[in-house]
Design a protein around this ligand. Structure first.
Ligand code: IPM
Ligand code: MN
Length: 368
């Protein structure tokens, strides 16, 4: 029997509550699909920082590298100044584990209310491939004469050819994972299908203003596209992308974009799929250790009340098993979430689900 070593980082706020449900579902899936999960828990987060003054132990990355994957709850503590835990834990792990893809599926599950009028589950079903190691997230820049009216602040948007290339390539491969000849993307026109296309990747950029960085992205995008004749290419400026995500989300299959734009558009996307209670993502290093997380934060005001929605964390665990090769378990978790949203939950919002956090975890297990 195959055993997966999972590092579990419950983190802060409601993180531990949602991770507990994800682990409960994972254990049930393991039993059902015949694999084992060996968990090791780490207490990294705000509480530990307040006690020790350290965000992470020196060998944190080395420890995580001993595992097959990482499951993360939430990082963020009301008593810690913004930036310290985000940069010191979340971004540090993404960078040091070279998790160069942030894969964020945008999927409206049945029964989930979307603020987009008249849009149905079949209209909102795409993935955002967010580059996860470059851009203004590099932390390169500085200030001079701080605190004066002459203050200068610089924060550099940085991309290398290699960074863009590996990310764009992943997005085309992802498009082919999502669709095959027998299951082409529904947004394709007849002439696309006749031309042998099965999927689409949209580059989201800003080539009209950020001419250096997105000039590079655009060139690389069309260069890589040559290796994927079955994938239709498309380009949207980031502002227009936001517009179409609201008006015509059915136009998207895979969106690939840089780190900052990806951060912003995936919060918009999460709201269209029913909010932070359902949106899951994976920080992926295809050749290393990946880290899966609910996109939402630590929600301090709901902590300990057993009312937070655990579906995003459970979805993240499903993505993790799919990524590790347990396709049946990943699909069963996703299908069970869809059953539960479609037939059980009254709302996706904390305290309004009609069930407690732990009951929702159990419902997913009952329908695996
Ligand atoms: C996210 C978050 C993080 C980001 C923050 C907490 C650093 O917003 O995962 O989207 O900006 O990447
Ligand atoms: Mn974000």
């Amino acid at each position: 029997m195959k055993t997966y070593k999972i590092a579990v980082l419950p983190g802060d706020g409601t993180g531990p509550e949602v991770v507990a449900e994800a682990i409960k579902v994972l254990d049930a899936a393991a039993k059902k699909f015949n694999f084992q999960v060996e968990k090791k828990y780490y207490d990294w987060g705000g509480e530990r920082y307040l006690k020790t003054g350290n965000t992470l132990p020196d060998d944190a990355v080395e420890q995580l590298k001993q595992h097959d994957a990482v499951l993360l709850g939430a990082i963020g503590h009301p008593k810690v100044k913004p930036g310290i835990l985000e940069k010191g834990i979340l971004l540090k792990l993404r960078f040091d584990l070279d998790q160069y893809i942030n894969l964020r599926p945008v999927k409206l599950y049945p029964g989930v209310e979307t603020p987009l009028a008249n849009k149905k589950p079949e209209d909102i079903d795409y993935v955002v491939v967010r580059e996860n190691t470059g851009d203004v997230y590099c932390g390169i820049g500085g200030v001079s004469q701080p605190g004066t009216k002459q203050e200068v602040a610089i924060q550099e948007m940085i991309y290398t050819y290699a960074q863009v290339e590996r990310c764009v390539r992943f997005s085309f491969e992802e498009a082919l994972r999502r669709h095959t000849k027998d299951n082409p993307w529904r947004g394709l026109k007849k002439e696309d299908i006749e031309a042998g296309k099965v999927a689409q990747v949209t580059l989201c950029g800003k080539t009209n203003v950020l001419t250096y960085v997105f000039g590079l992205w655009e060139r690389v995008f069309y260069e890589v596209a040559k290796d994927f004749p079955a994938v239709k290419t498309d380009y949207c400026h980031v502002d227009a992308t936001c517009m179409w995500m609201v008006k015509n989300p059915e136009w998207f299959d895979v969106i690939v974009t840089a780190n900052m734009f990806g951060d912003i558009i995936t919060d918009l996307a999460a709201m269209t799929q029913g909010g932070m209670g359902v949106a899951a993502g994976g920080n992926i290093n295809p050749n290393g250790v990946s880290m899966f997380e609910p996109i939402g934060g630590s929600a301090p005001k709901y902590t300990g009340l057993n009312i937070i929605n655990p579906l995003a964390a459970i979805g993240a665990a499903g993505m993790m098993m799919d990524f590790l090769g347990e396709k049946k378990a990943g699909a069963a978790i996703e299908n069970s979430i869809a059953y539960v949203t479609g037939n059980k939950l009254k709302s996706m919002a904390a305290g309004k689900m009609g069930y407690s956090t732990t009951e929702v975890g159990q419902l997913v297990i009952d329908h695996l």
